[in-house]
Each structure stands twice: as C-alpha cells, then as structure tokens.
Write a protein that binds this ligand. Structure first.
Ligand code: NAD
Length: 359
C-alpha cells in the first residue's frame, strides 16, 4: 500500500514501544531493552528488524511461543566459554545478557566463545557487534533461524533454511566501529515484508514463486504456496548460510532447521566469538593499521567506497535529526498490536525546539 510515510521522533517512538511491551506483561528492563533494540534497528535503516516486528512479537506472546520475563540459563561454562539457553524469551534480553557474559570473559581471558540457543528472535545482529565494540572488543557472530524455511540452498529448488545472518564488529579508536551485518539470503524476510507493506517491487533475482519462476512481487513470499528467497552470492552465500546453521546452532547444542515450521515463533541460535585486542597486544596498532588500509582502498578511483556500517551511521544521523519514517500499513499494524495489549499510540509524533508538536 503506497502512501505518505509517518515520521516519528525516535524518543517518542522508544517510549511508545517500551509501553507496548510493559502493557504486554514485560518488566521495565525487558520492555526497555526490546524497545531500544527495535528503535535502534529503525535508526540504522534496518526497518525490517525494527518496530515493524511488534505485531509478530505480540502474536507470539499471545499464543505462548514467546515467554516474557524469562532469564538466561547458563548450561555449560568454563573460564573462556559459555553456552546459554534463552528459554524462548525475548532475544533482545537473552542476547544482551549473553554478550555481557562474553564481554566479561573476553576482558579476563582475551577471548570468549558464547553460545546462545533456543532464544526468541534476536533481531538485528549488528546490535550485538555494537555492544561488544562499545567495550573495545572485536566480535564475530554466526546465527541460524528456525522458523518457516524461506531460503533455497544454492542448487536446490525448495526452501530449506532461514536467512541465517552473520555479523562482525571491530572497534576503531576515535571513529565509529566497523559493523558488518547481513542476512545470507539476497534479502532479509523483514525487508520483503517492508517492501510488501510499502507497495514496492523487489529487486530482480532475489525471489522465486513456489514453482521456481523469478518474481519481484514481495507478497509472493507470504502467499500460499510460499515463494522462495535465494542465497546471496550463489554458492558463497549458501556456504556461509550452511556454516551459520552448523556453528550457530549444532555446535552449541541448538536446533537446526529440519522441517517445516512447528511453532509460531522464530527461534535464533547464535555463536559469538569475542576477542580482546588488548590481550593480543594489538590494541595500539589495530586502528592505525585499519586507517592506512582504508586510506589505500579509498585512494584513486575508489574514493566513494563505503565501509561496513557507513550506510547505517549516515541513516542514524539523519533519522535522529528528522525522525523515523514508517510506512502507513506497518504503523497501522503496530498501533493495532499495541491496542490489543492495551497500549494507546502517542497523540503527537514529532518534537520541535518548542516542545512536542503534532504531525
Ligand atoms: P544489507 O543487505 O542491508 O547489508 C548490510 C551490510 O552491508 C552492512 O554491514 C552495511 O554497512 C553494508 N553495506 C550496505 N550497503 C553497502 C555499500 N554500498 N557498500 C558497502 N557496504 C554496504 O543487510 P540485510 O541482509 O538486509 O540484513 C538486514 C538486517 O537483518 C541485519 O541487521 C541482520 O542482522 C538482520 N537479520 C536478522 C535475522 C534474525 O533471524 N535475527 C535474520 C536475517 C537478517
């Protein structure tokens, strides 16, 4: 449904989203962690993993597939590794707390390996890279998705896996961290949903109908029979997706995708490797070395080369200043989900220098 975007100030949006989750039964900390994560995803330009996820989360809550106020259980632990179970609770809390454990271990031992299994959707994986980078730590994250399979393996003609994301975060002295973060499918499912809600066609070559015909119609992914997404980079994206499934889940005792969807919720498992440059003895040289490398790749005709995280940093600056745009269909769905649990939308959506103003 094309139409004028609704633009919401990020702080007003955050408070509204936190109130939805509070009203839906979360404690204050959980409501705030989920709201911060979702609004940050919108600020970074990843609307697919932002507040548009609220209707799905509320649906999963109401059918008991998402469990509010769950705590993380540590299943296996040594000085430098931990495997945690998210108990089907909010991934925004489970991954946050798992990263806290990993950050403390990496600070003590130089490196930490953290497994998080059986968590509800952990959202935008770059958020977890950012959490580690804010502590001066490098991190690598392999994630699997157990849900309705949506992506065909390279060479296959049926959906067998999820969009299995991968992320790397690298802190940089005096600069924002480098944050590489993407789905291993050509498009994340949420991006297809946003395109459908906005009435926009998909780029060519990302989606097939169930019988294998290429299509740019986003609604095909949500129809019956369901369309099929393709991995990015042919065999290379498929290979990375495969190792996300095996390292992100099987290695840490999490479940892999082995059949059609059995529950409403999306379950994520994540393997995170967190490394301290201090312990490696490279804390002082890492940033200057990156700076020289970046100067080289940007020299000559490559002057416009973007680094991992540049797009998101520019969008964050813009959206903090101008507000978060949300398509009318997604906004209506969010408001309906909020009302379902008893949360009313804010009466005013933007702030001006003079205070809060109407639209
Ligand atoms: P994307 O295709 O937008 O790629 C983003 C990455 O590419 C970023 O690192 C960005 O800085 C970089 N980038 C973008 N444009 C660039 C350019 N012109 N030059 C250089 N680098 C550039 O991301 P996506 O695949 O649509 O993924 C969106 C989000 O979905 C991610 O945050 C991902 O973690 C999330 N996701 C989550 C799940 C889950 O189950 N939790 C599943 C899939 C995806």
């Amino acid at each position: 449904m094309p139409g004028e975007q609704i633009v919401v100030n990020d702080q007003i949006l955050h408070d509204y989203v936190a109130n939805i989750f509070l009203t839906a039964g979360s404690n204050d900390r959980e409501a705030r962690l989920v709201a911060r994560h979702l609004v940050d995803a919108n600020l970074r330009g990843h609307d697919s993993h932002g507040v548009g996820s609220i209707p799905v989360y509320i649906r999963n809550l109401s059918c008991g597939d998402l469990r509010p106020n769950e705590g993380l259980s540590v299943v296996t632990e040594t000085d430098s590794l931990a495997v945690c179970d998210g108990n089907g609770g909010y991934g925004q809390v489970m991954a946050h707390d798992a990263m806290e454990i990993g950050i403390a271990k990496a600070r003590r031992n130089g490196v930490a390996l953290i497994g998080l299994r059986n968590s509800h959707h952990v959202g935008r994986i770059g958020h977890w890279s950012e959490q580690c980078a804010a502590e001066g730590l490098v991190s690598i994250h392999f994630v699997n998705v157990v849900s309705d399979p949506s992506v065909a393996p390279f060479g296959g003609a049926a959906a067998r896996v999820g969009t299995n994301p991968f992320s790397v975060g690298i802190p940089r002295a005096g600069e924002r961290p480098l944050i590489l973060d993407f789905a291993t499918s050509k498009l994340a499912v949420g991006k297809v949903r946003v395109a459908m809600n906005s009435g926009k066609p998909l780029p060519e070559g990302a989606l097939l109908t169930a019988d294998g015909t290429p299509t740019t119609d986003a609604s095909v992914l949500f129809g019956q029979p369901k369309g099929i997404l393709l991995p990015f980079g042919d065999h290379k994206g498929w290979g990375l997706s495969f190792v996300c499934e095996v390292l992100g889940a099987a290695l840490i005792g999490g479940q892999t995708q082995k059949g059609p969807k059995r529950r409403n919720s999306t379950i994520n498992c994540m393997l995170s490797i967190i490394v301290s440059p201090d312990h490696l003895g490279t804390a002082a040289t890492l940033s200057p070395e990156i700076d020289e490398f970046v100067a080289w790749v940007r020299s000559g005709p490559n002057a416009d080369v973007l680094l991992p995280g540049d797009v998101e940093a520019a969008l964050t600056e813009e959206r903090l200043a101008r507000g978060v745009p949300i398509d009318p269909k997604s906004w209506a769905d969010i408001v309906a989900a909020g009302r379902q649990v008893g949360a009313e939308p804010p009466s005013r959506l933007s702030r001006t220098a003079a205070g809060v103003a109407g639209l």
